[in-house]
Design a binder for this molecule. Structure first.
Ligand SMILES: Cc1cc2nc3c(=O)[nH]c(=O)nc-3n(C[C@H](O)[C@H](O)[C@H](O)COP(=O)(O)O)c2cc1C
Length: 313
């Protein structure tokens, strides 16, 4: 199978590992790339020099394509943009803000640019700005969210109605079933966050991975819906209290690293999506990608056979 996303990026499979502050670094991204997916290096941590070093490390570790995420609102200045333009990186996802100013310089540097969107209106603005593709972010997903929740199921179809450019589905996908559903709705790729946080090569503490595995489908909460940022995170004593209060205290992320890497699940908020209710074990990136691709193909074959037979069996 090939499609526009694979042709533009050179990845073997249309499976992107989501950008995630501090987590999406070379240890995880390299494992995903080695398995044929497209690893992404984050820059949302704001640790500019560390992220530059991670990009150079990826280039030393692998010839496989990988990407970088630029979270527009969280960039202190244009330093990372300029670095990426001269780095040889060929695929960038932008998020959190308007990509209008970034599309020109990135494309001039020969880089394919996809932007993450939570609504049809933002998708239309990105298309007008000349974006190459869109990451369609439904409300099921983990991390920063649009307070007006729209599921991936609806958002993909609504955005497909207004544009023909490549769409990547993000939010609620952790296996080949979710991937097949996304492709049926017009996606040419999927992006997984929660599934890769909890994979063997993810650098986070075992307690965070185990909390994802232990969570039910109701095990996450949307927090801070009346302010910004609105986020989806694992249900804990801390997040239940924030949910009850309605607003998130300013210091909520102050001890994020103690949660991510120290395993104290009450130190901050553990970002995760509703797929936490589907994920039931720690797997390697290769197992995740191989199983997702095999399951996707089995479902596509079953659907094709149904169409050939003209029945609903
Ligand atoms: C722990 C975590 C951190 C995230 N951090 C970022 C980020 O820094 N930048 C970004 O664009 N998206 C971020 N996201 C959202 C992901 O990019 C992705 O779209 C989302 O996880 C997809 O939904 P899923 O969690 O159901 O797979 C984060 C998600 C998680 C779970």
């Amino acid at each position: 199978m090939t499609n526009r996303f694979l042709a533009a990026t050179g990845a073997r499979y249309p499976i992107i590992q989501a950008p995630m502050g501090w987590i999406a670094r070379s240890q995880l991204a390299h494992a995903v790339c080695a398995a044929g997916g497209l690893g992404i290096i984050e820059t949302s941590s704001g640790e500019t020099e560390a992220c530059k070093a991670e990009i150079l490390k990826m280039q030393a570790l692998t010839d496989a394509p990988f990407g970088v995420n630029l979270p527009i609102r969280f960039l202190k200045d244009d330093a990372m943009l300029h670095f990426i333009c001269g780095s040889g990186v060929k695929f960038v996802t932008t998020s959190a803000g308007s990509p209008a100013k970034f599309v020109g310089p990135l494309k001039q540097a020969g880089i394919t640019v996809y932007h993450a969107v939570p609504t049809v209106d933002t998708a239309a603005k990105c298309v007008a700005a000349g974006i190459d593709g869109l990451i369609v972010e439904g409300s099921e997903g983990g991390g920063f969210k649009n307070p007006e929740e729209v599921s991936t199921l609806v958002l993909l179809q609504a955005i497909r109605r207004i544009t023909d450019i490549p769409l990547i589905a993000a939010g609620g996908i952790c296996d080949g079933k979710g991937m097949a559903a996304a492709f049926a709705l017009g996606a040419e790729g999927v992006q997984m966050g929660t599934r890769f946080v909890s994979c063997a090569e993810s650098p986070v503490h075992h307690n965070y991975k185990q909390a994802i595995i232990d969570a039910k489908e109701t095990g996450t909460l949307v927090l801070n819906q009346k302010s910004t940022p609105c986020i989806r995170a694992l249900k804990t004593q801390r997040t239940a209290a924030i949910h009850e209060a309605g607003l998130m205290p300013a210091d909520t992320f102050a001890r994020l690293q103690e949660l991510y890497f120290g395993g104290d699940m009450e130190a901050a908020v553990g970002l995760a999506g509703q797929t936490a209710g589907l994920i039931d074990g720690i797997k390697t990136a290769k197992e995740i990608i191989d199983e997702t691709v095999a399951e996707f193909h089995a479902i596509a074959a079953r659907m094709g056979a149904m169409a050939t037979a003209g029945d609903f069996g």
